[in-house]
Write a protein that binds this ligand. Structure first.
Ligand SMILES: NC(=O)c1ccc[n+]([C@@H]2O[C@H](COP(=O)([O-])OP(=O)(O)OC[C@H]3O[C@@H](n4cnc5c(N)ncnc54)[C@H](O)[C@@H]3O)[C@@H](O)[C@H]2O)c1
Length: 317
């Protein structure tokens, strides 16, 4: 099963010039800085640029939930930019996870001397709210790659209902994805990392773990993200002596499908959010690239149970 998956993913990623070089692909990524070379980038004259090696993701096997889109997808890109070539992308639909794998490889090759066969990136179907689904996806990843070094739990949803109007089945679904999904992901990550000597887990929380967003009501979401923040601290302590670090990345308002869906219903809301943010703008997904690489790499080797907020200063006023 795993071998088939691996073979399938390689077929997917190695399809000659699948979309690499296409104008559509260039257009899609034209608003973000060009990917750096996935292999250690060569500066002019053949010398490697001077970068702190601790931030390198080279040789690390990564897994990202919710990696087909939005912030999760940006985290995948950041890891590839930092040298990672081996990765599992988990998302609700197999086809979207595989598409994301193909796009990542194509973009990396477009912007560097890398070839599709330099990458081993698989897309796997996984519903993080189902423990069984998470275990299955981690087993497939381990069967394929044999180890796991950095895991990011990015899958999550938001909904805006006032407390009195929020249907209970939707509240339960939100907690199942945001809270239990993060827990299942962290637990399977640690279960596999501990026997190999350790690893780094990044749970994606939100500035909403620390503040109450206004004007939109979202109490269960805020509570779910506060739970994720304290989950990272608690698991960080539980696994500290076993070499597994658990930290939390808390973004402010970022422009992704998650927020665009909310903004579609209220055009003025973006201005309100920006006016509440000291830096005066919403974040672009790429604004999180440095922070996620920091937390997922050896650069943060003496950190566990910590929160890194990337919110344009929202939480400080
Ligand atoms: N966008 C923001 O402003 C913002 C701010 C703070 C925190 N966050 C958090 O960042 C994370 C990512 O948000 P985003 O903006 O990229 O959202 P998004 O909606 O753009 O992407 C979320 C991804 O998660 C996947 N997903 C959803 N439910 C899933 C499930 N049950 N199992 C597996 N995958 C699932 C989706 O298919 C999608 O690919 C979330 O945890 C969110 O709470 C986002």
């Amino acid at each position: 099963m795993s071998t088939q998956l691996f073979a399938r993913s390689i077929t997917v990623v190695a399809r000659p010039g699948a979309r690499a070089g296409s104008s559509a692909l260039r257009a899609r990524f034209s608003t973000r800085p060009a990917l750096q070379n996935a292999a250690p980038a060569q500066a002019k004259g053949g010398k490697s640029p001077r970068v702190l090696q601790d931030f390198s993701m080279e040789g690390r096997v990564c897994l990202i939930t919710g990696g087909a889109r939005g912030l999760g997808n940006e985290f995948c890109r950041a890891f590839i930019d930092s040298g990672c070539t081996t990765m599992a992308i988990l998302d609700l639909k197999q086809s979207e996870a595989e598409d994301a794998a193909r796009d990542l490889v194509a973009t990396a090759c477009l912007n560097s001397d890398s070839k599709p066969e330099d990458f081993k990136i698989i897309g796997l179907e996984c519903d993080v709210s189902s423990e069984r689904s998470v275990i299955k996806a981690f087993n497939e990843t381990m069967d394929t790659f044999g180890r796991l070094d950095s895991v990011v739990a990015s899958a999550g949803i938001v909904e805006n209902y006032s407390a009195f109007d929020y249907p209970f089945d939707r509240i339960k679904r939100l907690y199942d994805i945001n809270v239990h999904g993060a827990f299942f992901t962290a637990r399977e990550a640690a279960r596999n990392m501990i026997p190999q000597g350790g690893g780094a887990i990044v749970l994606v929380s939100s500035m909403s773990a620390n503040i109450v967003n206004i004007p939109q009501p979202q109490t269960p979401y805020n509570a779910s993200k506060a739970a994720v923040k304290h989950m990272a601290a608690s698991l960080g302590v539980e696994w500290a002596k076993k070499g597994v670090r658990v930290n939390v990345l808390s973004p402010g308002y970022m422009l992704t499908k998650l927020t665009k869906t909310i903004l579609e219903h209220d055009r003025e809301l973006k201005k309100t959010w920006e006016s509440l943010t000291p830096m005066g703008r919403m974040g672009e997904p790429h604004d999180l690239a440095g922070a996620v690489v920091f937390l997922a790499s050896d650069a943060s080797r003496f950190m566990t149970g910590a929160e890194v907020r990337v919110d344009g200063g929202y939480c400080i006023i």
